[in-house]
Design a protein around this ligand. Structure first.
Ligand code: SF4
Length: 921
């Protein structure tokens, strides 16, 4: 029986046509119930009401999983140099080349670059092949870009990569400090749980520490818009404050920790006045925050990329942990330093050794006993004695020709790694680039000599671990598309073809899981945090039916059926040599990529609400591009004024290491009061697959944390210059257009799906005649073209088989047409002359003046919401009751709050029925 059919059977046992799986996007790890139609196709998704991560909720990305799950754009067959080949041919070529390179240059001349999108079982065999059989530690993961600083900090303080908290702590706490995280957009379901907790307990306080005033800040009692990178100064100041105000838990410090005196000594100068200056915040706000921490018993500090993606990311995380150790706010309900993972299975990768500096199951390469434990358990021919290449170093070594063959799995480093031009150069010169992925096209696949089709969500079958250490099954519900194979199968096939016959004879994921859980408990005896002895020896049926559970899951004589572990370190015992937590003495250091006269702006980067990573899946549906469909550069109004920039003006971005005259990175401006002066923000998602010049990775240097190797992706030093074009415009067309075709017409463009086809937002210096000729030449099946010109705009419409099939508007300034309006006309047969006239004059009728879409689920636009607010509907619940916005996935609730704050009338209109006449008085 295939694993997918057994999973459906498992689900069928629970409910007639339902299966339960996990969302593949973020580290919240929401449970998803999937229903099937009569033909066995996936019919609907809803949040699993009994999954402890989400209790029935899904954000907009999760709720649109089926819209992004089509086979369109999938890689369906193996290819070598772009030619379709058999699996045997492809696997044979990978194995032969890897063996040849290893024979000639040694095992460190090959590398794997893997991903937090892999399932734990995939990750486990990839790590086993590289470390146990090839004999190198050159396997690193895109999780290096996500949370490796958090890992390094936990290891320094606790002696293990052990997240002490659980999601319930976020609800049970009395003070939640959210540092460097826009959870409202990046971990939406978790944020909704926090919102609800605060509503139930209005005494709960929320402090947001973030240079930007993000959507998450709407919930904040205090928003500390600190200078980017100054987190260590902030938390060192808190240690000093706690000491001065008698807020130290001396009993906890003395009983369970070491190294406090040195830390306190270093923090003595960190007075409120000094810290306020370092962090560029007001002394009043800072004191208020410190007082809250001092006087509140239950405190959680949750942190994410704003802390981790920094040259001092590990130090920042340790400065947070120091404060929790000093106040004893750890290992208790509603307390602790809580790193949120970005990716769905970043935590699973950490468990099985997906990072180049770790062995499997939280064992260390530099520990001979651990090396022996892993090697003897595997019975493998080798085990590395030195750490491997971390992501930035790995691509450096590829670029220098030291690594000659690389296998990239389920990730797109051309878009996500810093220093894009170096990644491109490295991949271009690498002797063998193998890419396994579920998509046919992305910026990295352009460099693949061999492309291997992997299964995607709904096909993949195994386990993932979320931010709170909770292992869940991501179930294979459908057969693999085309010739795709599971990543673990591909890895095992290559391993066997390389001659490693034993060690990779797995026939299903449950066998890999059994081996992995066995290793967690092998020679453990309580010495290692990751112990899954309670999950060893599961039958296939038990594995298929596995309920979400938090590790460690320890079986013992007393506990035969363990339930997992909510919270760690409740007994004050840690995994360090002495069993005591270690304070880490840290000084504040500035980011490496500092501004200068020529590069005066700090560029921050991050995710937007409805997109995930490099858009290879979430970018497929108009449902997820209708909220924000184009990249942008957010800039403070004062900076915009100084540079004479208006909304949607295009600017070229440059950095010292680029020295580029051409249009490497060009973005439309978004004037945004939520930015600090001198600081910019741009989203990370766009790439050369869907735009001419929107990938911002080129602007970041290789600067990375000396301990964790995590790149500094929140702090580039850049310049911006306005770029004028003769025309800017938008083209709506009922078909996909190739990037090569768009390059012929437009110097700048971004493509976005809309419900009837493709929207191209563009800028060009070509004249209108050239553009219209380009249209006529490239759309030969169109039988009729009509157009209109005015002083400021022009429009062109193309008709095919009597239907409106194309509409292009251009202007001598930025132009943004209402997508819903154009969409209502595209495809219309014998279009009404009045409507065509409106389109040619770029004049939508009144029903299409909703403004920017805020609620993707119910398609409610900004103008409609603002109008309701101005009429006195000034609560999120009230707007939901009247307009339905925010009442499905809830992802837009924080934006609704922002709009309420901005547009709430100072004097509310009086209800008609409450008006009384003077006579009545
Ligand atoms: Fe998926 Fe959204 Fe849940 Fe993240 S919060 S796991 S993206 S549904």
């Amino acid at each position: 029986m295939s694993s997918s059919s057994s999973n459906v059977e498992q689900a069928s046992a629970c409910a007639a046509s339902l299966a339960t799986t996990t969302c593949p996007y973020c580290g919240v790890g929401c449970g998803v119930d999937v229903s099937f139609d009569i033909k066995g196709n996936l019919a609907s998704v809803t949040g699993s009401s009994d999954h402890p991560a989400n209790y029935g909720r899904l954000c907009v990305k999760g709720s649109k999983l089926l819209d992004t799950n089509s086979t369109e754009g999938r890689l369906l067959s193996p290819t070598v140099m772009g030619e379709q080949v058999s699996w045997d041919e492809a696997i044979g070529q990978v194995a032969t080349k890897f063996n040849d390179v290893i024979a000639q240059y040694g095992p460190d001349a090959v590398a794997f670059y893997v991903s937090g999108q892999l399932l734990t079982e995939d990750y486990y065999v990839a790590n086993k092949l590289m470390k146990g059989y090839i004999g190198s530690a050159n396997i690193d993961t895109n999780s290096r870009l996500c949370m490796s600083s958090a890992v390094a900090a936990y290891k320094r303080s606790f002696g293990a990569d052990a997240v002490p908290c659980c999601y319930e702590d976020l609800e049970q706490t009395e003070l939640l400090i959210l540092v460097g995280s826009n959870a409202a957009w990046t971990h939406p379901v978790l944020f909704q749980r926090i919102e609800r907790a605060k509503k139930i307990n209005p005494d709960m306080k929320v402090v947001i520490v973030d240079p930007r005033r993000t959507s998450s800040a709407e919930l904040a009692d205090i928003h500390l818009a600190i200078k980017p990178g100054s987190d260590v100064a902030l938390f060192n100041g808190l240690i000093q404050y706690l000491s001065k105000e008698d807020g130290l838990d001396k009993n906890y410090i003395n009983s369970y920790t070491e190294g406090f005196d040195a830390v306190l000594e270093s923090c003595l100068d960190s007075t409120v006045a000094h810290v306020a200056k370092e962090c560029d915040v007001s002394e009043t706000n800072l004191t208020h925050f410190y007082e809250l921490f001092l006087t509140t018993k239950k405190v959680v500090t949750a942190y994410c990329m704003g802390v981790n993606q920094s040259t001092s990311g590990t130090d920042k995380a340790n400065s947070i942990i120091n404060c929790h150790l000093a106040s004893g706010k750890l290992g208790k309900e509603g307390c602790g330093p809580f790193s949120l993972t970005g990716q769905p299975n970043a935590m699973g990768g950490r468990e099985v050794g997906g990072l180049a500096n770790m062995l499997a199951c939280h064992m260390d390469i530099d520990n001979p006993e651990h090396r022996d434990t892993v090697q003897s358990y595997w019975g493998s021919p080798s085990i590395p004695t030195k750490v491997g290449l971390k992501a930035v170093d790995m691509f450096d070594d590829i670029n220098q020709g030291k690594v000659k063959a690389v296998w990239i799995m389920a990730t797109n480093p051309m878009v996500s790694m810093p220093n894009r031009q170096k990644i491109a150069a490295a991949l271009a010169k690498c002797e063998l680039v193998v890419v396994s992925d579920c998509v046919q096209k992305n910026d990295t696949l352009d460099y693949a000599h061999i492309a291997l089709p992997a299964t995607g969500w709904s096909e993949k079958d195994g386990t993932v671990t979320n931010s709170e250490r909770r292992i869940s099954r991501q179930r294979g519900l459908m057969p693999a598309s085309g010739e795709a194979k599971h990543d673990w199968q591909i890895i095992c096939d290559v391993a066997k073809a390389m001659g490693f016959d034993s060690g990779f004879n797995f026939s299903r994921p449950s066998e890999i899981f059994a081996e992995y859980t066995g290793l967690t408990s092998f020679k453990n005896n309580g010495t290692r945090d990751l112990d899954l002895s309670g999950l060893c020896n599961l039958s296939d049926r038990e594995y298929n039916r596995l309920k979400p559970i938090q590790w460690p899951v320890i079986s013992s004589a007393e506990t035969k059926q363990p339930d997992g572990t909510k919270r760690l370190f409740t007994d004050g015992q840690f995994y360090t040599e002495t069993g005591k937590a270690q304070f880490v003495d840290i000084s504040y250091t500035q980011p490496e990529q500092l501004t200068s006269e020529n590069f005066p702006f700090v560029l921050n980067s991050g995710r937007i609400r409805d997109q995930w990573h490099t858009m290879t899946r979430t970018g497929k549906t108009a449902e997820l591009t209708s909220h924000i469909g184009r990249p942008f550069l957010a800039i403070n109004p004062k900076d915009a004024d100084k540079l004479n920039l208006k909304d949607n003006d295009l600017v070229q971005l440059n950095a010292a290491h680029l020295c580029s005259e051409n249009l490497n990175v060009c973005l439309p401006v978004k004037i945004d009061n939520n930015q600090r002066i001198g600081e910019l923000f741009a989203p990370i998602h766009w790439s050369a697959t869907n735009s001419s010049s929107s990938n911002i990775a080129a602007l970041y240097t290789d600067a990375n944390d000396k301990i964790s190797g995590q790149p500094e992706l929140k702090h580039a030093a850049i310049s911006i210059v306005k770029v004028d074009f003769a025309h800017q415009g938008q083209l709506f067309v009922q078909q996909n257009l190739s990037i090569a075709l768009l390059k012929q017409a437009f110097e700048y463009f971004v493509t976005t799906p809309f419900d009837k086809g493709t929207l191209v937002s563009f800028a060009t210096n070509k004249n209108l005649t050239v553009l219209r000729t380009w249209l006529v030449n490239n759309f030969p099946l169109f039988e009729e073209w009509v157009g209109a010109n005015s002083e400021v705009f022009s429009s062109t419409c193309g008709l095919r088989e009597g239907q409106l099939a194309l509409s292009m508007g251009t202007s001598n300034r930025a132009l943004e047409l209402d997508q819903n309006w154009i969409s209502s006309l595209i495809g219309e047969l014998n279009i009404n002359p009045e409507k065509l006239h409106g389109l040619l004059n770029l004049q939508p009728d009144d029903s299409f003046k909703q403004g920017k879409l805020i609620c993707s689920c119910f398609k409610v636009g900004e103008n409609t919401i603002v109008e309701a607010i101005k009429q006195g509907n000034c609560s999120v619940d009230g707007l939901g009751a009247s307009l339905k916005c925010g009442t499905n996935c809830g992802s837009c609730k924080s934006e609704l709050s922002q709009l309420i704050t901005k547009h709430k009338p100072t004097i509310l209109p009086v209800d008609e029925d409450k008006l009384i006449t003077l006579e009545a008085v």
